[in-house]
Design a protein around this ligand. Structure first.
Ligand SMILES: Cc1cc2nc3c(=O)[nH]c(=O)nc-3n(C[C@H](O)[C@H](O)[C@H](O)COP(=O)(O)OP(=O)(O)OC[C@H]3O[C@@H](n4cnc5c(N)ncnc54)[C@H](O)[C@@H]3O)c2cc1C
Length: 506
């Protein structure tokens, strides 16, 4: 185990801007390229400021700017293919011409991976949004990569199944983007990661070859499991065009409860107790610190809890159950609540048990609205980290103290340092909400946060990925041998470096 001081000496941190020189030499899209693309795609699928009838720059803005409005590209051209053959032809041409490509799904990523660094071509999957098949016996769904997560969920609901993935961005993010970021989200505790539930992928490789691994087999031990390489590759190894995923049977009854805790130290013993009592019906255990809760109800859709519930609470935990028998599950939850309160030193102050579907949604809305709430309050520096559960509060407190010591905790600089996240997955979302993104605040936070994570042998990216934001911090969670192997894999797939240049590895 290293101290942060030792790590700082071992690993010089370089800011993303200073990596720019090490990007591969790539060409810009020209009018000749557009002429070629117009042989592949109809005019409606080409947005370009270089066209004979130029697309207004304002129409390209949503594709060039990321969800946080923190990372900005200068792409002149967005292509929207409808099928894998078109993707293949576009990618083949770009490879021959050495044109950088940024695959883009719903553009909800939080690490700047989905927008160009310079003027790379943006390949939007939004026109590839068909469901290819669903087998209600096996639960296997095969869909185009551009299907929006919410629409897949809506499709499966009447068929008594659920997508094994849920996140606050579900109304915009696409299944191909989810796979490419290996998104975790709110159901990971129950259904595990996409490395388990994705059964097959169809991918266009950087030379245009179509890799058809769109299997619907649950068991297939025939050598290397190549699809795993693309899960979480953030578009650096190819374009995901189709996904085969194992949907789960829809729970017959879901319920939730928001617990108010007097102190953070109670979270871990509470988690143990909740797991013991709820056992197989536990489907989410989400942590929200007090400041995050306050901002969540200030800006979000969830109704504030009654003041007597909130009073004296240092943090909250949202527990969800999903099971097969409503009465049985409700009884278990009621028993849990009673047993938690009926002791000399209760772990919780009180709790609110959802008594209607509307209240169930409202409690979830508090949690799901947090990401958006931070952006409404100011400019959030987002650190999505894995650390041991008992360190969640320490990380938030140490970061706040550090910002204070640097004289940056005041109106006009950093407004709040908050934590929330997926306790069950050991994933903390540390958010430092500032009035503006400034080099001074960034310098105060990095490498500080990454060093702190490394002292706990944690991960600098639990679920959002590396994108452009954390390329310089990869070394805090991966050793030199691993990074070297990753670079060799990247070179094997993409020797010209056209796929999402400057992301993940530089
Ligand atoms: C409100 C909110 C809540 C969120 N909550 C969570 C959460 O709980 N858990 C979590 O893990 N994440 C969360 N995220 C971030 C998460 O990474 C994204 O929401 C989602 O997985 C990205 O999907 P997307 O379609 O928007 O991809 P994009 O943002 O478009 O792209 C993300 C990356 O994937 C690549 N990519 C996209 N599509 C493809 C493709 N078809 N082929 C190859 N590469 C591709 C892009 O190049 C980029 O590198 C949240 C984001 C928001 C805004």
């Amino acid at each position: 185990m290293f101290t942060s001081r030792q790590i700082a000496r071992r690993i010089p941190l370089r800011s993303p801007r200073r990596w720019a020189h090490s990007l591969p030499q790539l060409n810009s899209v020209t009018k000749e390229d557009l002429a070629h693309f117009s042989k592949i795609l109809p005019p409606s699928a080409i947005l370009s400021t270089l066209s004979a009838t130029p697309t207004p720059a304002s129409e390209l803005e949503p594709f060039n700017n990321d969800w946080m409005n923190k990372y900005h590209g200068k792409s002149t051209t967005v292509l929207k293919p409808r099928n894998v053959k078109q993707v293949s032809e576009i990618v083949k041409w770009c490879n021959e011409r050495r044109i950088g490509i940024v695959p883009q799904g719903g553009n909800t990523g939080l690490v700047g991976g989905s927008v160009p660094i310079k003027d790379e071509l943006i390949l939007s999957l939004s026109n590839m949004a068909s469901i290819r098949s669903f087998d209600d016996a096996s639960g296997i769904l095969v869909a185009d990569a551009g299907c929006i997560l919410q629409s897949l969920s809506d499709y499966l609901t009447p068929l008594n199944h659920v997508v094994p993935l849920d996140l606050g961005a579900k109304g915009s993010c696409q299944i191909g983007g989810n796979v490419s970021t290996n998104a975790g989200g709110l159901r990971l505790l129950r259904y595990g990661s996409l490395h388990g539930s994705v059964l097959g992928l169809e991918v266009v490789l950087p030379d245009g070859t179509i890799l058809d691994q769109l299997t619907t087999l649950r068991k297939d031990n025939t050598g290397y499991d190549l699809k795993q390489l693309f899960i979480g590759a953030e578009g650096t190894l190819g374009v995901v065009t189709g996904v085969s995923i194992l949907a789960a049977p829809a729970p017959q009854a879901s319920n939730n409860i928001m617990l108010a805790l007097p102190k953070f130290d109670n979270v871990l013993p509470l988690y143990r107790e909740v797991k013991k009592q709820l056992c197989e019906i536990l489907s989410a255990f989400e942590f929200i610190d007090r400041t995050a809760y306050d901002l969540g109800v200030k800006h979000g859709q969830g109704r504030a809890l009654d003041s007597e519930v909130v009073e004296g609470a240092e943090c909250f935990v949202l527990v969800e159950t999903s099971g097969g028998n409503r009465e049985h599950d409700e009884e278990k939850l009621n028993n849990l609540l009673e047993s938690l309160l009926d002791v000399d030193h209760p772990l919780i102050n009180t709790g609110v048990l959802a008594s209607s579907p509307a209240q169930f949604s409202s409690l979830w809305a508090i949690r799901e609205g947090l990401t958006e709430a931070m952006s409404k309050e100011g400019k959030p520096y987002k650190y999505d980290i894995s650390v041991p559960l008992h360190k969640f509060k320490e990380v938030v407190d140490k970061t706040r103290d550090h910002i204070k010591e640097m004289g940056l905790l005041h109106d006009g600089a950093v407004k709040y340092v908050v934590g929330y996240g997926h306790v069950g997955d050991g994933n903390l979302h540390l958010n430092v909400v500032a009035s503006e993104y400034t080099p001074e605040i960034e310098a105060a936070l990095e490498p500080f946060v990454y060093e702190l994570v490394a002292t706990y042998r944690g991960s600098v990216s639990a679920e959002h990925g590396i994108g452009v934001m954390k390329t310089h911090a990869l070394q805090y969670s991966k050793d030199a041998t691993s990074i070297e192997l990753m670079k060799r894999i990247k070179h094997l797939f993409d020797p010209k470096g056209i796929m999402n240049p400057g992301k993940v590895l530089v």
